[in-house]
Design a protein around this ligand. Structure first.
Ligand SMILES: NC(=O)C1=CN([C@@H]2O[C@H](COP(=O)(O)OP(=O)(O)OC[C@H]3O[C@@H](n4cnc5c(N)ncnc54)[C@H](O)[C@@H]3O)[C@@H](O)[C@H]2O)C=CC1
Ligand SMILES: O=C(CO)COP(=O)(O)O
Length: 343
């Protein structure tokens, strides 16, 4: 007899993908709603002569992207994307945003329309010079409903069971509630709101602001300057989100995905850390990403570029001086000190 339970597949296995695998892997144990085995699609690579999938499946640890954390044994690493999603009724998308289109192209035609998906991906897409949400890219490509989960969730802290909150944005309330059940734990508290665009744009845009915060740190400008950049960044995030997506709610910016994620990313995130190194050394971001992140990916620089394409196209650069300056520092060799002068 076939199971009536939901079958979950995680698409992605980086730093956040692995931390989230720990949460959902544990949460489905003994569940009446979800099957216990969970496939996690892994972009295969060799580590000291061994396949990463073999290491995960035998040692239950993602030694490359989340070392030192034991994953539940019901998480099964699968190197083939189509094998991984076979039979899944729930898909969790958690890859760096630059890879999502290629993944959707591969999945096209292999995902039933009743599938419920959620995107944990912080980024945006620019299509024909106009902005698209990553959740819309997935939804349109696969003709399925896509919720989002964003929050103040530095993966290494979540993986160590340190208390935090997160925000699920949904279009279909029942799917939002399903995702609450899948993700919520006493130390990972989920709040569900019906504002997908607001939640997702908070998650994407705060990565640009984090670059600004890191530059200020690298230049040793102090806490007041950093707070000012965070405040101005929040205002630009809000202005941008509401200009491009009618219906984005004011309250969303006070959820975990909004102000809380800004604070944590500007204090401890990878975007901040690499931007600090850029201000100190003058090395290009791409080089620092490779030197400092061991295969993990920066999202803030490419998001600044993508946003800039849209702002320039619409003649809006002057209305977003912080986003524009960060783009120019990342891509046009503007000195880091202009972060303050230009705004
Ligand atoms: N790490 C964190 O603390 C958090 C990350 N996020 C978001 O989650 C998303 C995923 O980030 P992470 O899990 O941290 O990833 P990551 O940056 O740690 O890892 C990079 C991942 O990309 C994969 N990869 C490399 N080349 C690829 C290719 N050509 N095609 C497909 N995959 C490839 C690698 O195998 C690895 O799994 C991002 O949008 C990020 O902003 C959200 C919340 C917290
Ligand atoms: O999104 C994050 C925390 O919520 C992680 O941010 P970084 O990618 O800058 O590490």
């Amino acid at each position: 007899m076939s199971s009536t339970k939901e079958r979950v597949c995680i698409i992605g296995s980086g730093n956040w993908g692995s931390a989230i695998a720990k949460i959902v892997g544990r949460n489905v144990i003994g569940s009446s709603r979800f099957e216990e085995p969970i496939n996690m699609w892994v972009f295969e690579e060799m580590i000291d002569g061994r396949k990463l999938t073999d290491i995960i499946n035998t040692e239950h640890e993602n030694v490359r992207y989340l070392p030192g954390i034991q994953l539940p044994a019901n998480i099964r690493a699968v190197p083939d994307l189509l094998d991984a999603v076979k039979g899944a009724t729930v898909l969790i998308f958690v890859v760096p945003h630059q890879f999502v289109k290629g993944i959707c192209d591969q999945l096209h035609g292999s995902v039933p329309p009743t599938t419920k998906a959620i995107s944990l991906i912080k980024g945006v897409d620019v299509k024909a010079k106009s902005l698209a949400l990553i959740s819309d890219v997935i939804a349109q490509s696969l003709s399925i409903d896509v919720s989002v989960l964003m929050g103040a969730n530095i993966a290494n802290e979540v993986a160590r069971d340190k208390f935090c909150e997160t925000t699920v944005g949904c279009r279909v309330r029942a799917n939002g509630e399903l995702f609450r059940e899948l993700f919520n734990t006493p130390y990972f508290r989920v709040n569900v709101v019906e504002d997908v665009a607001g939640v997702e744009l908070c998650g994407a845009l705060k990565n640009i602001v984090a670059i600004g915060a890191g530059l200020a740190d690298g230049l040793e400008y102090g806490d007041n300057t950093k707070a000012a950049l965070i405040r101005i960044g929040l205002m630009e995030m809000k202005k941008f989100a509401r200009m491009f997506y009618q219906g984005v709610k004011e309250e969303t910016f006070f959820e975990s995905c909004g102000v809380a994620d800004l604070i944590t990313t500007c204090a401890g995130g990878r975007n901040r850390r690499v931007a600090e190194a850029h201000a100190r050394t003058g090395k290009p971001f791409e080089q620092l990403e490779q030197e400092m992140l061991n295969g993990q990916k920066l999202q803030g620089t490419s998001t600044a570029l993508e946003l800039h394409e849209v702002l320039r196209q619409k003649g809006l650069c002057k209305e977003f001086p912080l986003f524009t300056t960060i783009y120019e520092i990342c891509y046009e060799n503007l000195p880091a000190s202009r972060i303050v002068e230009n705004i």
